[in-house]
Design a binder for this molecule. Structure first.
Ligand SMILES: Cc1cc2nc3c(=O)[nH]c(=O)nc-3n(C[C@H](O)[C@H](O)[C@H](O)COP(=O)(O)O)c2cc1C
Length: 321
């Protein structure tokens, strides 16, 4: 049973992935979604790569998620990721419901309407990726009236993909309601051998165990819960292996994790940008502690590293010296 760290635009950059890796427990760690078009355009214009690929080359257990609707661009991008970046896997985004992607670019969840087009894209990307495994991430369908995850999953399997990740909502649900794990489960008997990973609303170790035990899946993917608790993967891995579950970190340890997160961000970013990225994560960490409005407000007011970390030290009081 595999444990996957979900792609989350704006969050799952190099520093977050490395943090998750250091904390342990995740078998696969996905990047943010990267536009195939931007890769091709940026490279031909400047010889550079999209920032979202920073750190990816040679990174262990990393899967790069890619999006577009052009089989040519996607397969060219996949070829480069496999050959030049030595990635561990390529995941195709057929689930994003954001207007910019689905409506304006006719990509992401827009493509769920067309299982044949999805099959065509997957065939081309699998061929271009060589031995690198290809997965696809989908939602149940575009709307509750047009749920077609089984058709889409079969098209993806016939095209040679290694696995499918299903977020148990429709695109029009966005994040409303609950993920429908029974709907995810209906897909498994319709597959020959392709792996099925379930995704949506796993918030705790118990949630994860109950999904692993009660649904016919090959693994789970976790997104939002890990933004507040990137150590959740090691807890789930231990629980799944019947080992003692590591306890939640103390305030002092969370403080150290935040400092480590900053250090990792600084490998890529200047202090001001690192603080502005870290701030988003600090809000997630703080949500687990019962967010203080005053703290949130104060953290928003400063880009100064010393002031910023003084606020962090006060909020997650250092109890050991
Ligand atoms: C801030 C944010 C950014 C996301 N970005 C992506 C993305 O780039 N690609 C993708 O396939 N899904 C993306 N998702 C969806 C997540 O991967 C996941 O499917 C969803 O959050 C449900 O899982 P969860 O309940 O464990 O968070 C994003 C979700 C959030 C909250």
């Amino acid at each position: 049973m595999k444990i996957l760290s979900a792609p989350m635009a704006g969050f799952t950059n190099y520093a977050y992935r490395e943090l998750v890796r250091l904390l342990g427990g995740a078998d696969v760690i996905e990047t943010e979604m990267v536009s195939a078009r931007s890769f091709v355009e940026i490279e031909s214009r400047s010889g550079e790569f999209p920032l979202r690929l920073w750190g990816v080359r040679g990174e262990p257990n990393v899967v790069v998620q890619i999006w577009d609707n052009s089989p040519e661009m996607l397969s060219e991008f996949a070829r480069r990721l496999a050959e030049d970046f030595a990635v561990c896997g390529i995941d195709l985004n057929f689930g994003c419901p954001a207007k910019q992607i689905a409506n304006k670019s006719e990509s992401g969840s827009y493509l769920l309407r067309f299982p044949d087009r999805i099959g065509d894209i997957v065939t081309r990307v699998v061929a271009a990726s060589g031995k690198i495994p290809v997965t696809a991430k989908i939602r149940l369908g575009c709307t509750t009236d047009s749920i077609n995850a089984i058709d889409v999953a079969q098209a993806i399997e016939s095209a040679g993909a290694n696995g499918i990740i299903v977020h148990g909502r429709t695109a029009s649900d966005m994040y409303r309601g609950n993920a429908d794990w029974n709907a995810i489960a209906t897909i498994k008997p319709k597959l020959k051998q392709m792996k099925l990973y379930g995704n949506g609303d796993i918030k705790t170790v118990n949630d994860a165990l109950s999904k692993m035990q009660n649904y016919p899946i090959d693994g789970i993917m976790i997104g939002r819960a890990a933004l507040a608790k990137p150590w959740i993967f090691r807890q789930i891995a231990a629980a799944a292996a019947n080992r003692e579950i590591p306890s939640d970190p103390t305030d002092t340890e969370i403080n150290q994790i935040i400092k480590l997160h900053y250090k990792l961000l600084r490998e890529q970013l200047i202090p001001k940008s690192a603080i502005s990225q870290l701030r988003k994560h600090v809000f997630c960490y703080a949500a687990g502690k019962g967010t203080s409005r005053q703290f949130r407000h104060a953290i928003c007011q400063t880009n100064d590293t010393t002031t910023f970390f003084k606020l962090i030290d006060d909020f997650w009081k250092i109890s050991e010296t």
